[in-house]
Design a protein around this ligand. Sequence first.
Ligand code: ATP
Ligand code: RIB
Length: 305
Amino acid sequence: MITVVGSLNMDLVTYTGRMPVIGETIIGKSFRQIPGGKGANQADAIAKLGAKVRMIGCVGCDDMGNTLLESLNNDGVDITLVKKVEGVSTGIASITVDSAANNCIIVVSGANNMLTVEDINASYDVIQDSEVVVAQLEVPIESVKTALKIAKQLGKLTILNPAPAVPLEDEFLANVDILVPNDTELEILSGIQVKDEADLIIAAKVLMDKGVRELVVTLGSKGAMHINKSGLKIYPAHQVSAADTTAAGDSFIGAVAVAINEGKSLDEAIYFATAVGAITVTREGAQSSLPLREEVEAFISNIKQ
Ligand code: ATP
Ligand code: RIB
């Protein structure tokens, strides 16, 4: 069992030829409401890739919350620990995607902010019943910190996607087995400006000195880099035609969690996740873009031919 502690958002997505500049009004191409939220996306990715997964989070008592829960449930995510909170709206993300597949995202957290340390403590048995715990930073930091601390005390493997990034205490990072930031998140966490590979290695060393054991930096169309005390390895991205990169990172992290949960090495997990990320970017939206296990197997066997 994999437990995901994190956010659920309804994504309000506008597709446009280009991004407007400040003060400008432009006409977009289309609009869709798509289930999203980093936590829910990672849980959904895990379910679609074939692992048992449980989500801990919060939605409001509204139509968007109901839609998000129904969608996750249909995809096989256990939603029994998603709390419905009165008097607060379900989280939303206002997303704009241009024709080059670039995106801008503003999240209004709403109910996601209501996930308390008490909720996490009350989920102790659920964490105990899990092999892997996955978290991000779209729910209150203290709740994430508590979940990772309990998981490590119980000897579970922890994966943190530090997004959206904020500087984290050493005590927090010490409870993370596999940290998966993108390059901008790595900058914020390490305090090192990352302009090239040399900077990336310096920034990674800063975090490893704070107790991070395995660092997997995602680099969009450039792929991913795994760094630990023994060295580094680059995993080039697959050449695909990107339509919308939303949830690429989430699908990648979900895939790492699934592969590790199946007993694969981190090297095998990153290879698998690179394929999952590549498929995700070819499709529109967050959860709408996440591939099923058989699609990933077919993609990988095509590459090998
Ligand atoms: P997001 O916040 O949009 O979920 P992210 O910044 O956390 O994304 P990325 O680094 O963009 O994550 O993507 C995760 C992984 O997905 C990459 O490491 C890469 O393997 C794959 N990927 C992303 N973009 C592309 C692309 N254009 N082509 C092929 N693979 C891609
Ligand atoms: O990582 C992508 C996600 O970030 C979107 O689904 C959006 O909800 C924001 O949380």
